[in-house]
Design a binder for this molecule. Structure first.
Ligand code: HEC
Length: 406
């Protein structure tokens, strides 16, 4: 019953998290687009203090957008802030992290082949690294490094890669990926909470008083701009990291942290291309390079399939292929507690990933996915809770390669 409610709760929080994330990043993309498309307004608007003008048509109506140099002559009665999208995304994300990784199946986070951790120790390491990531970022931002845009980017990137490496040593690949994502998300929401909102509050207060903005307003505004630029570069990487949880081939290898580093680099570079293009600078190299790097990554990750048994002629016959009965036995002891129409493992209400291996026909049907998850990588059995041996993996692999998926 608890697992059943847990599944519904996770679903609800995940739904909220995705909606809030879409609203946050969508608004962020929209305002970047706005800023980059503002044109010089006619003189009568400039006289009102408007520095940028934009017209758009959407949903059957015309929109006129005006950006003020500082602020309107008097405060509007209603001013929209755009902060709850960010806060809701983070709060629901932390709730989801807790539900799925700290309270859910331990196999998502803990990999006994790396380090045997008690669930609460794993949660403490996870939360501790998120807090440490934020603290390091905030320290860097207050250092002289913050004045050197590109260098700051490189240092921040290396810090995140170091986290990826460290987390990969203690957590399952999937758990390490999600924690790097959580560190980035926390840095991003910290930028909103600790820098962008305070700067905006100060600006609003200054405009309300009708005062001319002093150096403090300018300093805060510059810091907010810097933080928002960092967030901008992090948007594409974080979305990829969050959805990568559905692509085990990325994280279920020992060098998964390197793959994560490559993906972060590729996606941030692609973001750079679009940032330049918004400013009417077209540098295709920043799009071609990520494209080529992605192709290289696809090549590097190509599974090393041992020569097909059939190809060696009589060698295949000489090698012992496990019998159907032996395979049925392996699957029954190592997989069926989860991957059954009625899983015995109380953490699962339905076969995980929709895969039930109650009959060999079902195993054949998903031949390639099983090879990938169990033989080429060690993603399955999840956290190897059922203690599958190397010999069993090899036997399953040999047998599967003899089958044709039907
Ligand atoms: C402790 C429970 C558990 C055991 C035991 C287990 N699995 Fe899984 N399996 C899961 C879960 C949970 C998922 C979904 C993972 C995800 O969402 O990334 C999954 C997903 C899969 C997938 C799909 C992976 C993909 O590409 O998305 C395959 C294939 C798979 N399991 C095969 C197996 C095989 C074969 C065994 C036995 C050798 C096995 N599993 C044992 C829990 C288990």
């Amino acid at each position: 019953m608890t697992a059943y409610l847990h599944a519904w709760l996770s679903l609800g929080v995940m739904w909220l998290h995705v909606i809030a994330g879409v609203a946050w990043i969508g608004a962020s993309f929209y305002f970047i687009w706005l800023d980059n498309h503002l044109r010089e307004p006619p003189e009568w608007k400039q006289a009102l203090g408007i520095k940028g003008d934009l017209w758009a048509i959407h949903g059957g109506g015309f929109y006129e957008v005006a950006k003020y140099r500082l602020g309107p002559p008097q405060m509007p009665t209603e001013l929209h802030w755009f902060k709850w999208e960010a806060y809701t995304t983070w709060l629901s994300g932390m709730a989801l992290l807790t539900l799925v990784y700290y309270l859910g199946s331990t196999g998502y986070l803990i990999d006994p082949a790396k380090v045997v951790l008690a669930p609460w120790t794993a949660a403490a390491i996870g939360l501790g690294s998120i807090a440490a990531g934020l603290a390091i970022y905030e320290t860097l931002l207050r250092s002289p490094l913050a004045r050197h845009g590109a260098l700051f980017g490189i240092v921040l990137y290396l810090v995140l890669v170091a986290f990826a490496w460290g987390l990969f040593q203690v957590f399952s690949g999937r758990g390490a990926f999600i924690h790097v994502g959580a560190i980035i998300g926390t840095i991003m929401v910290g930028n909103v909470f600790l820098g962008i909102m305070p700067a905006q509050r100060l600006l609003v207060r200054t405009v309300e008083r009708g005062a001319t903005p002093g150096p403090e307003v300018a300093r805060r505004a510059a810091e907010a701009k810097l933080r928002s630029t960092h967030n901008n570069y992090l948007t594409l990487p974080i979305i990829l990291i969050m959805i990568s949880n559905h692509t085990p081939l990325l994280y279920s290898r020992p060098d998964g942290w390197l793959i994560l580093a490559a993906l972060g680099f590729i996606t941030a570079l692609a973001r750079h291309y679009f940032n330049l293009r918004h400013r009417n600078i077209n540098r295709p190299v920043y799009l071609i390079a990520p494209g080529l790097l992605t192709l290289a990554l696809i090549g590097v990750l190509l599974p090393q399939v041992p020569s097909e048994s059939g190809a060696t002629g009589q060698g295949a016959a000489a090698r012992d292929i496990a019998s159907d009965a032996q395979i049925r036995q392996i699957v029954a002891t190592r997989c069926l507690s989860c991957h059954s129409a009625h899983p015995g493992n109380p953490q699962f209400q339905a076969p995980p990933a929709g895969l039930a291996f109650d009959t060999l026909a079902e195993l054949r049907l998903h031949r390639d996915a099983v090879l990938q998850a169990t033989v080429q990588t060690h993603y399955m059995p999840l956290g190897n809770v059922t203690q599958m041996t190397e010999a069993e993996r090899a036997a399953l692999g040999e047998w599967l390669r003899q089958q044709t998926p039907k």
